[in-house]
Design a protein around this ligand. Structure first.
Ligand SMILES: Cc1cc2nc3c(=O)[nH]c(=O)nc-3n(C[C@H](O)[C@H](O)[C@H](O)COP(=O)(O)OP(=O)(O)OC[C@H]3O[C@@H](n4cnc5c(N)ncnc54)[C@H](O)[C@@H]3O)c2cc1C
Length: 379
């Protein structure tokens, strides 16, 4: 695609593409069977991928939102699970990058870039889409806060060193009563709960978190008291661009399997690639992938320029996620019976794709966000 990347972005894209082909893609099937790989994380860290868009002074590579979209996009061509792992790491770390005090940035961003895994804990067993309805509480005590409650469906939680946790500091104030806290692994009472046995994205770790009177020091309060919901929504705007990038990369992975198969599979005396029914499927896949790429980089550019991108990020997430599920399903159809077997991998890609319609805001919720925004626009 011809989006205008800088020379440095192209260099990073090619470096991540090469790393993905060598180190990530060959592991995707094994990750689906065995779960998250610490060995692969160590290699990603060595490559400098974990903090690629953080400023150099905090241990990063000084990239921007376009650089992070490029990185996630390339990784997703080899493994959507690993792209999701990085997306969740950044979802948490970016809250500190954008809202942390200087002391928090100096302590935690180099850690996120070079030492530890981060997780972002908003969702609870009884509150997902209705995020303002969370019930985890944070009560003020001498020198800090006591966090009590539980979180569900937290990506990276079981392997994380640092977790950004959203809790109610004023249970009667709705969204305005939510505050963000930085919680370190090993803090007494901060426990990893049940590991989710997921349909797809099995190479990323997803667990419950249990908070039993976890004492968090005052210096780990992130942003303002009552400002946590806003911090979470800003972080999710950025992460939805990453979901667009995952959708584009994962769908391309599926399309390439379908293309290769269509060119070699013979039916009625000629390759099925010669049949219009198959050409039409590939054409629709290619159109959807290109549109998702353009929407992803357009939203990333708005973010990089410091412009509002809530609507555009929601649009690319809805469009990309649905395009990706459809592309994976059509890739299976292109392979016929073989598509339904684990041998050709597209069944795994469809299982991975479905998450994109659910995590970080469901398609239904995001259509509400887009619809209300567009209806309120003057022209
Ligand atoms: C693999 C995975 C990883 C995740 N990682 C994280 C993470 O790292 N951190 C984190 O905090 N959360 C995470 N989540 C949670 C995720 O963000 C939520 O699952 C998602 O927001 C939906 O919430 P829910 O599951 O409670 O569904 P619900 O909110 O119960 O929704 C159920 C259904 O009702 C629909 N619905 C609900 N309200 C409305 C409405 N007002 N209008 C129309 N339809 C509606 C939804 O669209 C959905 O179809 C993850 C989830 C998964 C599956």
């Amino acid at each position: 695609m011809n989006f205008e990347f800088t020379e440095e972005q192209i260099m990073i894209r090619d470096m991540v593409r090469d790393f993905t082909q060598r180190e990530i893609a060959p592991l995707d099937e094994e990750l689906d069977r065995n779960g998250f790989s610490h060995a692969l994380y160590e290699k990603m860290k060595e490559m400098g991928l974990m903090g690629i868009h953080f400023p150099e002074q905090y241990g990063g590579a000084d990239g921007d939102a376009v650089t992070s979209a490029l990185t996630i996009h390339e990784i997703a061509k080899g493994s959507a699970s690993i792209a999701l792992f990085l997306d969740a790491h950044w979802l948490a770390a970016d809250t500190i990058l954008y809202h942390g005090t200087e002391a928090q940035k100096t302590k935690y961003l180099p850690m996120a870039a070079n030492e530890g895994i981060f997780a972002f804990a908003l969702t609870e067993p009884a509150a997902g889409s209705d995020a303002a309805g969370i019930q985890t509480t944070a009560t003020k005590v001498e020198g800090g806060w006591l966090l009590r409650g539980s979180k569900a469906w937290i990506t990276n939680a079981g392997v994380a060193d640092v977790c950004v946790v959203l809790a109610k500091t004023d249970p009667d104030a709705g969204a305005k009563g939510i505050t963000a806290f930085i919680v370190e692994k090993g803090t007494p009472g901060f426990l990893v709960g049940r590991k989710e046995d997921k349909m797809g994205m099995r190479g990323s770790n997803t667990t419950e978190l249990i908070l039993e009177d976890v004492k968090v020091p005052d210096e780990n309060l992130l942003g303002e008291i009552g400002g946590g919901f806003k911090i979470a929504m800003i972080a999710l705007d950025g992460a939805r661009i990453s979901i667009g990038a995952i959708a584009a990369g994962l769908a391309e992975h599926a399309m390439n399997i379908a293309k290769d198969y269509a060119n070699q599979r013979v039916a009625f005396g000629r390759p099925i690639a010669k049949l219009f029914a198959i050409q039409e499927k590939i054409a629709n896949m290619a159109i959807g992938i290109r549109a998702t790429q353009l929407m992803t980089y357009d939203a990333a550019k708005l973010k990089a320029e410091g412009k509002r991108h809530t609507k555009e990020a929601a649009m690319v997430k809805v469009f990309g996620a649905e395009m990706c599920s459809k592309t994976c399903a059509e890739a299976i159809q292109t392979l016929g019976g073989y598509g339904y077997s684990k041998e050709y991998h597209v069944e795994r890609l469809l299982r991975d794709a479905k998450l994109l319609e659910i995590g970080e805001g469901t398609s239904e919720i995001l259509r509400m966000v887009i619809g209300t925004t567009v209806l309120a626009e003057k022209d």
